[in-house]
Design a protein around this ligand. Sequence first.
Ligand code: MG
Length: 378
Amino acid sequence: MSDITLILLGAGSASRFKLPPKKQWLWIDKEPLWLKVANDFQKIKSFESTVIVSSKDDINSMSNFASYHFVEGGDSRQQSLKNALKVVKTPYVLVSDIARCCLDSDMIKRVILAKNNNGCVVPTLKVVDTLYFENLPIDREASKVIQTPQLSPTKMLLKALSSNKEFSDDSSAIASLGGKIIFVEGSTKAHKLTTIEDLAKMTCLKAPSTQAMTGFGVDIHPFEEGKKMMLCGIEIESKFGFKAHSDGDVAIHALIDALLGAAGLGDIGEFYPDTSDRYKGADSKELLLDTLKRLHDFGYVIGNIDLTIIAQTPKLLNYKRAMRFKLANLLNLNPNLVNIKATTSEKLGWIGRKEGVAVEAIATLYYYDWTKNENYHN
Ligand code: MG
């Protein structure tokens, strides 16, 4: 069994990366970037465990995709790393940024081979340009560019980070304790993905798969007298509304489940629980917009949606067009990609007895194609 735990840091807000998806959620063939990086590391070396540090919201979704150990990040890189170190049981840790997404396996093997009980192993590059410090040139032969991943003894790194000082990397933290710094040859391939322009340098990143993903959703609500009836974000003239924790827009609820289903992200109750006061009387349009933002953050775009509303009453014929345009507008889709069907249950069962309404929805999603953005030149 390995005595090294891999820590991948990905909790930063990535505010310099201006695309609809977060950079760790760019799709590389059929994997999000963060998962590709974690899986690529396992192909180089079997670690005792892999700890992925990210924001709380991301972790909830990431944990549906892989069985790695997920830890919530802090306000800074240092705090995130401290949170991760709390769950580490091995004597050594290899720490990398998720954004260093093209791995040079030879370099990583060099770092691991140089493992040292007394200090931090650091990959470095020679400086090729002339360097000035303030107004004077400095000896570039004696200068190095520091890269990651870096390998440290776990206890030494924990101790170094417990000081209040902010360090820019693990080696400077270890050096502050008087620990040894062991330099190994780095790699010019190990770029960090910071801005969209960097994408063109990342030759290891394949374009996203063009495969469509399908999701299905169903929702049912009973009628309740004296409440406004909302369906697809449109107010329907009726003596009844829907009994519900939220505004009861049963059509939007089924649609949210179809969208989350296609994205592999669970169901509506996990994101907007009907036990939470926060969603009491909630406007379902807001929940749909929040779902859409989540889909965009995680690198999905909607292909089309199709809903069937099963209701004995009210009659919906005259509302279908308005519903289509309302949902198209909310989701920023062409109206031909939004289909609304209405049917009755031929007076059978609880729908036929006019006790409530059921809605079925289907949605297709695609991965956002980052190779087509105007700043990407390959
Ligand atoms: Mg519902």
